[in-house]
Design a protein. Sequence first.
Length: 189
Amino acid sequence: MQNQPTFLLIHGAFANSFSFAPFQAELALHGHRSAAVDLLGLPGHGFEATYPAAYQAPPDLAALAAEPGGIKGVTLADNVARVIEVLERAKRTGPTLLVSHSRGGVTATAVANARPDLIDWLVYVAAWCPVELDVNDYYTRSRRWRTSTPWPSPARWSATRPNSACCAPTSAPPTRRRSPRSSGRLPPT
C-alpha cells in the first residue's frame, strides 16, 4: 500500500461532493484513498451548505427574494485555490490523481495550469477539457457558443491524437455472423 495514489474528485455543475460517494466506497474497498472537494466556495454546497433563515419554515418569500445567492461572487480562482489547498495536503501522502466530471474539468484544467507539480495524473470523466482557449474564455464562449469562430473540428483532434492510427478503419468492413442454431435470419437492427 506504499505510495498508493490519492484520488481527488471534483464535481461538475449542479452537483456536490456527495455525487462521488458510491465511487469512493468502491475505491476504499480496493484500498485507495480519496477525497471529494465541494466547489463554489463558502457557503457553497455539500457539507458547507447554508440556507438563509427566510428559506426555513414558515418561509418569508419577500426576504428570500431579497437574499443574495450563496455562490454570488464566487470565481474560478476561488475554486482553483480550494482544490490546490486540498492537493497540497494530499501530496504529502504520495502521488495524486485529480479526477474531474462535467464542468469540474474547467477547474481541474486551471489547477493543472497553476500547479502542475501537485498532480501526477489528470483524468477527465465526461468533463470540459479546455485545450484551445484560456480557461476563462470557455465560460465566455459557453454563453455565446454560436460565434463566427468555430470550435476545433473532430478531424483536427484525431489528427493530433497520439494513438489515432489504432482507430483507423480496417480494409474490410465487419461482417455479421449467424448463429448455428438460428433460423438463418438476422435480428432487425
